[in-house]
Design a protein around this ligand. Structure first.
Ligand code: URA
Length: 206
């Protein structure tokens, strides 16, 4: 039931994205969420990069490798979490001879909110982890929270209510932002270790 509904919503979003009339995105290779239908934890990234768009799966490039290593070190099995993005297509800047990733615009983020909201409400994870500022902005908008930044909110446990169900939002840094920054990498590693402990405690009380 959850899976069928998600597949239907993803098909609708695929059609919407394919009809966007500019060339600021890779609109024919969207990437949707993947993971179990009743996950304890749902991770939200920003938007797919080139590797993700090519393979049709979230977090399978460099940032995904970093994420997998951090999850593994914290004893969290990636296949047990649901992984999605705030924006489902790769936003790009095109130049004559190159194409590069860009941060989604406010309008692109806003257009992706209804689907992200539906994913959260259908999957009802006990814990939502946002990776970086963009998904934090998206989930805050959905949950009616004041504007937060990852610098001040990372690692905090924020109780949120979404369409009648309660869950915990834990903002974290984006794994791509820590790749070349040793001290941030340590902060993210510590936040994910804490997440691993929190998940075990949550499971123990269910
Ligand atoms: N960065 C993201 O935010 N999401 C992905 O899926 C890959 C890289």
């Amino acid at each position: 039931m959850v899976r069928e509904k998600l597949d239907q919503l993803y098909a609708e979003e695929r059609r919407r994205i394919a009809g966007i009339p500019d060339d600021r995105g890779d609109y024919h290779n969207p990437v949707f969420g993947e993971g179990p239908d009743a996950p304890a934890v749902l991770l939200v990234g920003e938007a797919p990069g080139g590797e993700e768009a090519a393979r049709g799966r979230p977090f399978v490039g460099k940032a995904g490798k970093q994420l997998n290593e951090l999850l593994g070190a914290a004893g969290i099995d990636r296949s047990s979490v649901y992984v999605t993005n705030a924006v489902k297509f790769r936003p790009v800047n095109r130049k004559a001879r190159s194409i590069s990733n860009r941060t989604p615009s406010g309008a692109e983020l806003k257009a992706g909110l209804p689907l992200l909201k539906s994913e959260l409400e259908l999957l009802r994870p006990a814990v939502i982890v946002t990776l970086g500022n963009t998904p934090l902005k998206a989930v805050s908008a959905i949950a009616g929270l004041d504007r937060l930044t990852v610098g001040e909110a990372h690692g905090k446990r924020i109780e949120v209510r979404l369409n009648g169900y309660e869950c915990t939002l834990i903002p974290q840094y984006h794994p791509a932002s820590v790749i070349y920054n040793r001290s941030l990498l340590e902060v993210l590693g510590e936040d994910i270790r804490e997440l691993g402990i929190f998940i075990k405690e949550t499971e123990g009380t269910e």
